[in-house]
Write a protein that binds this ligand. Structure first.
Ligand SMILES: O=C(O)c1cc(C(=O)O)c2c(n1)C(=O)C(=O)c1cc(C(=O)O)[nH]c1-2
Length: 559
């Protein structure tokens, strides 16, 4: 069975992968060395497994591995248990989805959590399901929220102190973002913490009775009128956890609606990192990267903690808004901030004293009420696009090179605002947009970023936008997938691509590695989809030749 101690040591132990993030800190670093720039020429497929079904698309799942079994989620809220050595299917669970689900950005799922003898994942109709690892039987199942009001779930849960921590999706429908903690063995709620200022948090007793646990923030003073009641700030990418701070770090999405003129103020805690004490369910600190967001710059990106020496634990975050932030993981104090993409139009930089962006006011989409008919505000060109300098694809950090490996994208958008009022279960944007390319030859760029200096040490450009996550290893490699279908590896120090393999569909998921029987394995899920083909405008047209799919690939060194 999987214990708290095993989860806390996940990053250091090489025989399994227990958490999304390859360790709840989210470094996606494995000490394994057998596969390295010298040996990787012999890396070949060991097996592949197809998710089957008629609807193959948007496979963003990170597999977890324990006790010789791989647990991997597929599109449409499916999960498979496979023999990790051979790929033989052990069992499959297909969640029954109602017709009315409203995921904004494809029918995706990013993975499962392991605890005790359970494998736990969330579903597109905003439920959380715990299955027996051996049989696939449902042990407990809970409703997180109402899918008909726009709630859904796409993230992988994480485990901290016996609690399963989850966020919600639905920022485009005016839901209220929150983080919830449940007893991982039973599914019983322990606390819930809203991420929109003004909402009450709760703890729950053994019988499920709620007890008030303080309003998030002070009051709703960073929102005008009643807008905080449908304020978005969805915690849709899930979180990370560092046992040294006892804090869980969740990023929060865009404030709702997109039209920022309707909600003058900072709109806390949208587009922020919130650090929550898992024992109390209270927000210990927050840092807002885009106050009064007007570009859909969800600040959900993973906050990855690392030992910076001298007793300092820092966290790095490559924000959708194009800036990379380094914060003290205990206090939230801003240590450094710099751009990790080349073109940023909405701000000239981040003031390191106040922590606030220096906005470029004329590059905010215009207020519709300023125009003659009040129907459409002035259109602006903005970079990054709303799909971000980085989106859902998680980066990696190597304690060897002390570099972050960031899957970045260079693109822009035309964006304008329109009037909008909230209607339950309807899209709540008040904006229109078209995504545009900036460069002909590339959109994606895998970048090695030095958090101390802000320098990009190397980059590998990619024609299509990068949408899969990253893995780095003690063998001195960086692995990532491309929409063009390649899983590839580069030397972590130089960026020289030393290996690639065509998986047959676009990769939008993060790779993992583990060892069994003295052999090192690498796995990645392949299956093009996610937000780009749905919302990518000119970029979606540019890459519409890419084929969808759904399979897991596993590699090992040829003997
Ligand atoms: O505000 C939200 O609740 C929400 C949820 C999700 C999601 O759950 O996948 C995405 C987004 N927003 C979003 O803005 C976005 O760009 C996005 C891309 C993807 C993806 O998986 O490709 N999901 C989401």
């Amino acid at each position: 069975v999987v214990t708290d101690q095993m989860i806390e040591n996940d990053a250091a132990t090489t025989g399994d992968v227990l958490s999304w993030g390859v360790g709840t800190e989210g470094q996606r670093y494995s000490p394994l060395k057998k596969i390295n720039p010298g040996s990787i020429g012999k890396l070949v497929p060991a097996w592949s497994f197809s998710f089957g079904g008629e609807k193959q698309r948007g496979q963003e799942s990170q597999p977890v591995i324990h006790n010789g079994k791989m647990f991997v989620t597929g599109s449409y809220s499916r999960i498979f248990a496979l023999d990790a050595k051979t790929g033989r299917k052990l069992w499959k669970y297909e969640h029954r989805l109602p017709d009315g689900i409203m995921p904004c950005c494809d029918v995706i799922n990013r993975g499962a959590a392991l605890y005790d003898n359970l494998v736990i994942f969330m579903t597109l109709d905003a439920q959380i399901v715990a299955l027996n690892q051996d049989t696939g039987d449902v042990v407990w199942k809970e409703k997180i929220d109402n899918y008909a009001a726009g709630y859904s779930a796409s993230a992988a849960p994480i485990i901290a102190n016996g609690l399963v921590l989850t966020g919600v999706s639905g920022g485009e429908f005016g839901v209220v973002g929150r983080v919830e903690a449940r007893n991982a063995k039973t599914g019983a709620l322990v606390w819930s913490r809203p991420t929109v200022e003004g909402h009450m948090g709760y703890t729950y007793d053994k019988d499920g009775n709620p007890k008030e646990n303080g309003i998030s923030g002070t009051t709703n003073q960073t929102w005008p009128g009643d807008l905080w009641k449908t304020g978005g700030a969805a915690t849709w990418l899930g979180g990370t956890y560092d046992k040294r701070t006892g804090l869980a770090y969740f990023g929060t999405g865009n404030p709702a609606p997109w039209n920022s003129h309707l909600r003058k103020g900072d709109n806390l805690f949208s587009c922020s990192t919130v650090a929550i004490d898992v024992k109390t369910g209270k927000i210990v600190w927050h840092y807002q990267s885009t106050p009064n967001d007007g570009w859909d710059f969800d600040g959900v990106n993973e906050f990855v903690t690392y030992d910076a020496g001298g007793g300092k634990i820092l966290g790095g975050k490559a924000d959708r808004n194009g800036f990379f932030y380094v914060l003290d993981a205990k206090t939230g104090k801003l240590e450094n901030a710099f751009p990790f993409v080349k073109k940023i139009t909405w701000a000239t930089g981040i003031d390191l004293k106040t922590g606030r962006p220096n906005f470029v006011p004329e590059n905010r989409p215009g207020d519709p009420t300023a125009g003659a008919d009040g129907k459409k505000g002035q259109t602006v060109f903005s970079a990054p696009s709303f799909l971000g300098g980085k989106n859902q694809m998680p980066m990696a950090y190597s304690p060897d090179t002390k570099l972050f490996y960031v899957p970045a994208n260079e693109w822009g958008m035309e964006i304008w605002n329109e009037p909008i009022t909230y209607k339950k279960g309807a899209a709540y944007l008040g904006a229109g947009f078209t995504i545009k390319t900036i460069n002909d030859d590339y959109i994606g760029a895998m970048r090695a970023v030095d958090p101390k200096t802000g320098k990009i040490v190397w980059e590998v450009k990619n024609n299509a936008p990068l949408w899969g996550g990253v893995l780095t290893t003690g063998g001195g490699l960086v692995f990532w997938g491309t929409p063009e279908g390649y899983l590839q590896a580069a030397d972590a120090k130089t960026g020289k691509v030393v290996w690639k393999f065509q998986t047959g569909s676009g990769i939008v998921a993060p790779p993992v590695t583990w060892e069994e029987g003295g052999e090192q394995y690498v796995a990645v899920v392949s299956g093009w989809g996610g937000a780009v083909p749905l919302w990518g405008g000119d970029v979606a047209k540019k890459v519409n030749y890419l084929e969808q799919g759904g399979s897991v690939w596993v590699f090992k060194l040829m003997k």
